[in-house]
Design a protein around this ligand. Structure first.
Ligand SMILES: [Zn+2]
Length: 154
């Protein structure tokens, strides 16, 4: 086993090392005839496993918050009239709000504005969220079947 200075180790490695040491002590205690020693080392080992679980959760939470902090610095929005988010250094390229607010957060540029028969919209290539910046009435008569024509179909 390599001994690294504790400052170099990650929290996960430190706790992993602690649990391994406790397991070692537990194995040694099993050979002992001292029942109270066995019981207290077993209890210590169980408590350490609980601590390990908590530390891993907190480590994950910490990582998530750090990422969110970085994102908060880089992203501005939502900005009206469309509620888009933007990277500070790319103020003309809106980011998909759905992908940005999902877990884990993801910065995906929306497609350029595309003119369609029913309006101009942007779309996310990842989650297909779409937003119309302008809408227009479809030209020409809209053909709708009346209720009675549906009923008489059979
Ligand atoms: Zn998206």
């Amino acid at each position: 086993m390599t001994i690294l200075p504790t400052a170099v180790l990650t929290t996960t490695q430190l706790v992993g090392g602690l649990v391994a040491s406790a397991k070692n002590a537990l194995d040694l205690a099993k050979a002992s005839s001292d029942h109270s020693l066995k019981a207290s080392i077993s209890e210590l080992y169980d408590s350490l496993l609980d601590v390990k679980g908590r530390v891993l959760d907190l480590d994950e939470e910490n990582r998530r918050l750090k990422t969110a902090l970085v994102m908060k610095d880089e992203v501005v929005g939502p900005i009206e009239p469309h509620g888009y988010f933007f990277l500070k250094d790319k103020p003309n390229q809106p980011i998909c709000p759905k992908c940005l607010q999902s877990q884990p957060s993801n910065s995906v540029f929306l497609s350029p504005l595309s003119e369609r028969y029913d309006g101009a919209r942007r779309e996310c290539v990842i989650c297909h969220w779409q937003h119309y910046e302008t809408t227009k009435q479809p030209s020409g008569p809209v053909r709708r079947r009346s209720f009675s024509s549906l009923r008489n179909q059979r």
